[in-house]
Design a protein around this ligand. Structure first.
Ligand code: SF4
Ligand code: SF4
Length: 501
């Protein structure tokens, strides 16, 4: 008897009346859950391997399968949950750090759901977005504080380099290696069609994707994988990744098993070697050091590209952002507590950082108080799930939002949260060629364009309802927000009044 035995979390239920033994589920499941014995014409199912990715359900032609959550649980209580007990068993067996993917599932407050948006009634009439022009374009980068004229009397229209977005959304950093070639291709195509940007993450830029450069943000992370002159020149903007919401304060680790073929070539590291990004950048220990890195990247690209500095939302984020703004960065990206990841230590993901809503409100206020808000644009991410989250983020002070998990769901992700295993049955978080080809990049791009088009309509509708016809007029307009079920302190940090006030 093994003391390590854990009853499976999910059970695969097969309706034998419907099953025609086509064996599609057996072929499609990379986790090898289904096994058919042709001699006896019977099925054996290893539920312990099932991650509930629902691939088999989707391919089954007779809808003969169902995945249910097992109701066989430990005798849990409020202190010792089933999950806690399972994790202790796993660690007692392995001696290792627990790894997880996607965002923190903890039941901490989601402030977006405790904030309501205003609508015009009677006075300041609402605007019909189908009949009236609505401006969803945003420009990211430094903005002048005042209008100035040149000695000849003409307006000074020279601006620092900007990013132009057709709507206040960008696809957030996801590296080639953590996600597949086809997933990157879909994101790049969709960003180009939508007039927004996608982000290479820390894995470098595959040579096939240089053509999408005008809609690409290239990232420089602590491991500096795949960073070279052509790479920096290829992107429309450069992002220095100082931190990530899912794992603030720790580095990254892509196992050698995933460093194969083009992933190794693009990262410029040997096949099979672990890609380990250190926790800090080893040349950045102060804002002055960060300034040197910002300006060396500007220098390398002839001051033609905006520099983004991405930080995780942590306790003193307002002071950190103030420092980053003074480093010369054009855009600050803040990644919140619930941000997704391809792999992170579970304890870090679930216990470190703060929600993006509080971080955003605190940073926007601090930069305004210091008179430097126009020196930088703010992009926020960390579980932006819908158009209404975008509207609330903009009203709290964001210039734009980073979207990642929602984009992956559009590509087919079922949020099974097992990306770290590299066996994604939907061809997204995997490098196995037979799985990657399941994701059609053209189809994926179309679905991403559909999702963002729908969000853009919804953003316009919500703006119209408020009597606002441009994103710029919504940015930082906290009068349009009311809180519900929040403490005085939470309302104070968010800078919004309680509903009814
Ligand atoms: S892992 Fe996915 S494909 Fe395999 S049995 Fe479970 S739901 Fe079906
Ligand atoms: S990307 Fe794939 S492995 Fe990761 S959560 Fe989504 S479906 Fe699961």
């Amino acid at each position: 008897m093994s003391v390590d035995f854990l009853y499976p979390e999910f059970e695969v239920v097969r309706n034998s009346d419907r099953c025609v033994n086509c064996r599609l589920c057996e072929r499609e499941c990379s986790n090898e859950v289904h096994k058919f014995d042709p001699a006896t014409e019977t099925w054996r199912t290893d539920d312990s391997k099932c991650v509930n990715c629902q691939r088999c359900l989707a391919v089954c032609p007779t809808k003969a399968l169902k995945i249910v959550r097992s109701d066989c649980a430990f005798r849990e209580n409020a202190n010792w949950s089933n999950q806690t007990i399972r994790e202790i068993f796993k660690q007692a067996g392995s001696g290792g750090v627990l790894l997880s993917s996607m965002g923190a599932p903890t039941p901490l407050p989601v402030y977006w759901d405790k904030i309501l948006v205003n609508a015009s009634q009677v006075t300041n009439p609402s605007i019909d977005p189908l009949r009236e022009p609505m401006e969803t374009r945003v420009f990211l980068g430094k903005k002048p504080n005042k209008i100035t004229r040149l000695p000849n009397g003409k307006l000074d229209v020279k601006l620092e380099p900007q990013l132009e977005l057709s709507m206040p959304v960008m696809f957030a950093a996801m590296s080639y290696g953590s996600i597949s070639y086809n997933a990157h291709a879909a994101l790049a195509q969709a960003a180009t069609e939508l007039g927004i940007y996608y982000n290479t993450g820390e894995g470098g830029l595959h040579e096939d994707f240089y053509k999408y450069g005008p809609n690409t943000v290239v990232q420089v992370a602590s491991g500096r994988f795949g960073v070279h002159e052509n790479y920096l020149q290829a992107g429309a903007a450069i992002e220095i990744k100082m931190g990530q919401g899912a794992k603030p304060g720790v580095g990254g680790h892509l196992p050698g098993a995933k460093i194969v073929g083009d992933v190794a070539k693009t990262r410029m590291i040997p096949e099979g070697s672990d890609a380990i990004s250190p926790a800090p950048h080893h040349d950045v220990y102060s804002i002055e050091d960060l300034r040197q890195l910002v300006f060396s990247l500007k220098e390398a690209t002839e001051y033609k590209k905006p520099i983004i500095v991405k930080v995780a939302a942590v306790h003193n984020i307002a002071a950190i952002a103030s420092g980053v703004a003074r480093s010369g960065a054009d855009i600050i990206a803040i990644d919140g507590y619930r941000g997704g990841t391809g792999a992170a230590p579970t304890r870090i993901r679930d216990n470190v950082g703060i929600p993006i809503e509080l971080a955003l409100a605190a940073v926007d206020q601090r930069l305004r108080d210091e008179g430097i808000r126009n020196d930088v644009s703010l992009v926020v991410g960390g579980s932006i799930r819908s158009a209404s989250d975008v509207v609330k983020a903009v009203a709290l002070g964001a210039d734009a939002c980073y979207v990642a998990t929602a984009a992956l769901i559009a590509l087919g992700c079922r949020l099974c949260r097992s990306c770290q295993q590299g066996k994604c049955n939907w061809g997204i978080a995997t490098q196995r060629p037979e799985l990657v080809k399941r994701l059609d990049p053209n189809d994926g791009a179309k679905r991403l364009v559909n999702l963002m088009t729908a969000w853009r309509h919804e953003i316009k509708e919500m703006m119209g309802g408020m009597g606002i016809n441009s994103i710029e007029a919504l940015r930082g307009n906290r009068l349009m927000l009311r809180g519900l079920g929040l403490t005085e302190k939470e309302l104070e940090i968010l800078g919004v009044s309680h509903a009814g006030e």
